[in-house]
Write a protein that binds this ligand. Structure first.
Ligand code: ZN
Length: 99
């Protein structure tokens, strides 16, 4: 026996493809939100942050991720006052103490 399933559908056939597209877009958006975010540490304060939210500071000839404009301002101030060596030395000493 042949049953025409088309007449039992709630969604009119002309809307089927656009609704399928809208649904797949929604699913993609939700799955992107649920992806685990890669976390990294701020170069200055060592706070964890999402990699995508990091600001980039140019410091001592390299680019470093920082968590906020405050940490960025600190690094810029250190550079503009010629305190890079002292900062790196203090950071190295701090790393030894915290280990
Ligand atoms: Zn920071």
């Amino acid at each position: 026996m042949f049953v025409n399933m088309r007449k039992f559908q709630i969604i009119p056939p002309h809307l089927e493809s656009s609704m399928a597209f809208a649904f797949s877009t929604l699913v993609n958006a939700i799955s992107a939100t649920l992806q685990p975010q890669e976390k990294i540490l701020c170069f200055h304060c060592n706070d964890k942050m999402r990699k995508k939210n990091a600001l980039i500071a140019s410091f001592n000839g390299a680019s470093h991720p920082v968590c906020c404009h405050g940490c960025l301002a600190v690094l810029n101030t250190i550079v503009s006052n010629g305190l890079t060596e002292q900062y790196l030395q203090a950071k190295a000493n701090e790393a030894v103490v915290t280990l």
